[in-house]
Design a protein around this ligand. Structure first.
Ligand code: ADP
Length: 434
């Protein structure tokens, strides 16, 4: 209030001087002086108000752009300059903090979307744009459910119970699996966090498949063994022929389970990254002669098995693992080749690489199966595989062993004509025989 009377003081002063002029020079002179002074005051204020309006209209409000003023306007403009300065400082501070926040969120692997109280998009980071197919420039202010249309998400948002996350499969733009979590905060706003869990999901699906496969593989032999055990328990005086038939079948099924467990343990050992490769110089010729003898005994004279050793090169490898991989390929060739067929085992060098080749004139494999043969439990003909004592894990074991030796498996096959499984060893693993 004091300011108001102070500011009015100049008008009182003009009036007082005008009264004095009126007394000294006549009423008319006093009135003219008073009117002229008031007119000057009005012009003075109008000019400064116009300057202020002009300044308010410009976009860049800096203290230096504030117009100069006189009288009361000098004070007003100085106060305005101080206000603009503090505003600019706090804006700079906010910008700095925003930049820091943006660089933190950009470094995060999760997507973040800020939703207002009506679930409209206020802001999101580039990861969320990628995950949810949002274009922040175009979609800001739109309902999140316009972008994420999955029913489960719409229901999750509507239910308002965000203690548990939601898993969303196969998003619109990518084949992604996302873990979505909503976190309410502030004034009824929400933070939507999206995490890409596609690879975890794939591993989890593989784990589930693996457990289902192992259970399935064990169930059949167990059912047979349990069936015969029940039969023997129920009738202790069963005749000798039936008894020996039951014991033979139980032994076969138990051995089948034993092979499966052995193969599973081998796979798990090979997959264990802590299990380092114990390398030594492997004498290929002596190992192949050994494997040839074993193949002859496994075939029992049903096939012609030829061994060709065209190179004296030895190999730097784990003897035990190499033997296991080679014998898997040879036993497959015997098992998938009808009686009278031919099987070839060959060691040679081509283009500087060491090649171990097993060929057969067996049943062959259709081309569409070839890329999947090294998957665990993948079989072209399940009953043939089981009947010949296969576990469905042989080629998976071979693949793991070859990976550990930086070697590759190449498969060629023609249905009804036969197959060729070739292991290609890199040059660095070859050792010339001195
Ligand atoms: P399995 O124990 O069933 O033989 P593998 O992993 O060793 O398992 O082989 C996977 C599948 O590849 C086999 O079930 C079979 O269908 C096919 N296969 C492997 N080797 C041969 C071969 N020499 N000839 C034809 N099919 C083969």
């Amino acid at each position: 209030m004091l300011n108001f009377w102070q500011r009015l003081g100049s008008v009182f002063l003009i009036a007082l001087i005008a009264i004095l002029v009126g007394i000294l020079a006549g009423t008319l002179a006093g009135l003219v002086f008073f009117s002229a002074s008031l007119l000057w005051l009005v012009i003075h204020h109008t000019k400064h108000m116009a300057d202020l309006e002009q300044w308010l209209l410009i976009s860049d409000h800096t203290p230096s752009s504030i117009p100069p003023g006189s009288g009361i306007w000098d004070n007003i403009f100085a106060l305005l300059a101080r206000y603009v300065r503090t505003q600019n400082q706090s804006r700079q501070l906010i910008n700095l903090e925003l930049k820091q926040l943006q660089s933190v969120t950009a470094a995060m692997p999760d997507g973040i979307v800020i939703l207002d109280e009506r679930d409209h998009i206020e802001w999101c980071d580039p990861v969320a744009e990628k995950h949810l197919g949002i274009n922040l420039e175009l979609d800001m202010g739109y309902q999140i459910t316009n972008m994420v249309r999955q029913r489960s998400f719409v229901e999750y948002l509507a239910a308002g119970k965000f203690s548990k996350p939601l898993i969303l499969k196969q998003m619109r733009h990518h084949r992604l699996t996302l873990l979505m979590q909503l976190v309410p905060y502030g004034n009824k706003q929400k933070l939507l966090i999206s995490r890409d869990i596609t690879s975890y999901e794939r591993i989890d699906a593989m784990r589930r498949d693996f457990i289902a496969n192992v259970s399935h593989e064990l169930r059949t032999p167990l059912t047979v063994v349990i069936g015969y055990l029940e039969m023997l328990t129920a009738d202790p005086d069963i005749d000798m022929e039936m008894r020996s038939k039951a014991l033979k079948a139980m032994t076969e099924q138990t051995m089948r389970m034993q092979h499966l467990v052995e193969d599973l343990l081998t796979l798990s050992r090979l997959e264990n990254t802590l299990n380092k490769l114990s390398e030594s110089t492997v004498d290929m010729a002596s190992m192949l002669h050994e494997l040839h003898r074993e193949a002859e005994s496994l075939s029992g004279g049903r096939h012609t098995i030829k061994l060709s050793i065209d190179s004296e090169n030895q190999i730097l490898a784990s003897r035990e693992e190499l033997r296991s991989a080679f014998s898997n390929l040879i036993s497959n060739a015997i098992r998938y080749t009808p009686d009278g067929g031919e099987i070839g085992i060959r060691w040679k060098i081509k283009d500087g690489k060491g090649l171990f080749v097993v060929s057969d004139t067996g049943v062959g494999i259709e081309p569409e199966h070839i890329p999947r043969l090294t998957e665990r439990f993948y079989r072209v003909d399940s009953s043939r595989s089981r009947d010949t004592g296969g576990t469905g894990l042989g080629l998976a074991i071979v693949k793991h062993i070859l990976n550990r030796h930086q070697a590759r498996l190449k498969i060629k096959s023609a249905v009804g004509k036969g197959s060729e499984f070739c292991i290609e060893f890199p040059e660095k693993r070859l050792i010339k025989k001195s």
